[in-house]
Design a protein around this ligand. Structure first.
Ligand code: ADP
Ligand code: AMP
Length: 213
């Protein structure tokens, strides 16, 4: 299964990706997580990406595309992958479509998570994550067992530095302008599945798995 997860920031892509990748036994590849890892390790890519991320803008296509193509060429992606947060622009979607076609490994599904704007703001403002393992929580809807600490490794949870009110506004307008057109792109390719992502985590998970059947 080669799957792309679409949807606005805060829609629940990372949260849902975890369960779907386990269900299909395919790696979950989040470009946002990969950039954050590179930033914390101080790599060249991390240094290049950081300023864009801090402003809520997109990292340039040239950096992202090469990075993802390299990642999906690794042996663990032989049976598929779940991309979360990529593609985010039409040039990324076109380049990746051609890349997959050239390898005779077409994408199977593009799943778009639909969430109303007020819920997005609530989800983002309550988001907390583990800086060590990347697990995502929410202080309102998806609390850790021990307040402020990761269920898996006990690390103190943090708020993402780009989850400020100002940056979120930019990210949402970038989404509308650059990423929303991908819905039409994948509809034209005949692989779009739209899922209502408002509702409890387990319910949304079930809807996604049903849509992928
Ligand atoms: P994205 O990867 O799309 O930016 P996340 O997966 O990080 O979104 O989710 C954003 C926030 O919303 C997180 O705090 C997460 O715990 C919470 N969340 C995700 N899905 C749901 C849901 N179905 N119900 C309630 N809260 C959710
Ligand atoms: P995310 O974790 O998916 O919310 O992504 C966090 C940030 O990483 C975004 O606001 C962008 O700055 C950057 N980013 C992640 N994926 C991409 C992508 N496919 N193209 C460009 N920038 C990206």
């Amino acid at each position: 299964m080669r799957i792309v997860l679409l949807g606005p920031p805060g829609a629940g892509k990372g949260t849902q990706a975890k369960g779907i990748s386990e269900y299909y036994n395919i790696p979950h590849i989040s470009t946002g997580d990969l950039f954050r890892e590179n930033i914390s390790q101080g790599t060249k890519l991390g240094r290049e990406a950081q300023a864009y991320m801090d402003r809520g803008e997109l990292v340039p296509d040239s950096l992202v595309i090469a990075f993802v193509e390299d990642r999906v060429s690794k042996p663990d992606c032989k049976n598929g992958f779940l991309l979360d947060g990529f593609p985010r622009t039409i040039p990324q979607a076109e380049a990746f479509w051609t890349f997959c076609a050239d390898r005779d490994e077409q994408l199977n599904d593009a799943v778009c998570l639909n969430v109303p704007d007020d819920l997005i703001i609530k989800r983002i403002s309550g988001r907390r994550s583990c800086p060590k393992c990347g697990a995502v929580y929410n202080i309102y809807t998806n609390k850790p067992k021990v307040e402020g600490h990761c269920d898996y490794d006990g690390t103190a949870l943090v708020q993402r530095s780009d989850d400020t009110e100002e940056t979120v506004k930019t990210r949402l307008s970038v989404y509308e302008k650059e990423t929303e057109p991908l819905i039409g792109f994948y509809k034209d390719k005949g692989i779009l599945k739209e899922v209502d992502a408002a509702g409890p985590l387990e319910e949304v998970q079930r809807r996604i798995i049903d849509a992928l059947k």
